[in-house]
Design a protein. Structure first.
Length: 310
């Protein structure tokens, strides 16, 4: 992916290496968890230093649920001490920092354009929070084991850059900037859902349904975030011609390896369809590619009447 010379977003909080204090409060949040679960499933997380027990993570994969279930519904306010020192980071970490800021800047430009074209109101920029090991958000506390997530409570997306290194090593997905961009664009997709009211409406409906039916709504939300990631890529390529040979394939490869069926089989050797919360590998690839090919905001996973047709 050609990113040289592109502007970097200033909507970034760099909390890497900072110590934090926490004031706990009641409540929970809506977080995207499956994209990071694989690190624990394949040996990168667990209770050894990650702060989340592997048994709990596998339970989320096999039974459904979200990060709020793992954290026991905790919510926290964080205070941070010190100042991030960029000289402490490796050249690769500094490069990934730059890539994230450029991709975030691209999503800002694209979604402002798309919201205007489709009369969706004003697009407000979210904030990217870079952290190391653990972080507190308006949706609760989390460790790196959980992976990247979006919190609608503070309209921020959270990423420990070590996720990208683990993604290459543990998923076997060749690391390239478009694969990294897909991770960020998916979380931005949840922000788009929040701004359009889809996220709130879906979770209100989920609260009234059985767990199996609520899981189906969750799948629609996650596949829609994949679709919006594809829409972003469509406009990014249209506006900047930045994609190179193999870029889309790397994104689709990553989408395949974060499908519920793939993850559950890695964890338990089998897949339980009614427990899916993020969609199958085939579905995630299909919706990401559909968004890229069409760039059409009139399409939605919630307009597909039959769940089995997603």
């Amino acid at each position: 992916m050609k990113l040289s010379g592109r502007r970097m977003s200033s909507n970034v909080e760099d909390r890497r290496g900072l110590s934090s204090g926490t004031k706990a409060a009641a409540g929970g949040g809506i977080l995207a968890v499956i994209i990071g679960i694989v690190m624990s499933l394949l040996g990168g997380g667990g209770s050894g230093g990650g702060g989340i027990d592997l048994g709990q993570v596998i339970n989320v994969v096999t039974q459904g649920g979200g990060l709020g279930d793992i954290l026991g519904g905790r919510q926290a306010e964080a205070t941070y001490e010190g100042e991030t020192d960029p000289t402490k980071f490796t050249p690769e970490e500094q490069r990934l920092d730059t890539v994230c800021r450029i991709i975030l800047g691209s999503t800002e430009d694209v979604w402002k354009q798309v919201f205007k074209e489709y009369n969706l109101g004003e697009y407000t920029n979210p904030t990217l929070v870079l952290f190391t090991n653990s972080v507190q958000s308006a949706c609760g506390s989390a460790t790196s084991s959980v992976g990247p997530f979006y919190c609608s409570g503070d309209q921020k997306l959270y990423i420990d850059l070590s996720f990208f290194t683990d993604m290459k090593r543990q998923l076997g997905v060749e690391g390239n900037d478009f694969a990294y961009a897909y991770v960020i664009a998916h979380e931005i997709g949840h922000h788009v859902e929040y701004l359009t009211g889809t996220l709130q409406k879906a979770h209100q409906e989920m609260s009234r349904l059985s767990k199996a039916k609520a899981n189906q709504i969750s799948v629609r939300l996650e596949l829609l975030a994949d679709y919006y990631a594809g829409v972003w890529a469509h406009y990014e390529e249209k506006n900047n011609h930045s994609l190179e040979y193999g870029d889309l394939e790397r994104g689709l490869e990553l989408a395949q390896k974060i499908g519920d069926d793939w993850l559950q089989k890695q964890a338990t050797g089998r897949a339980v369809e009614e427990s899916f919360t993020h969609g199958t590998s085939a579905q995630r690839k299909r919706w990401l590619n559909r968004g890229f090919q069409t760039g059409d905001m009139r399409t939605s996973t919630f307009s597909v009447a039959n769940y089995n047709d997603l």
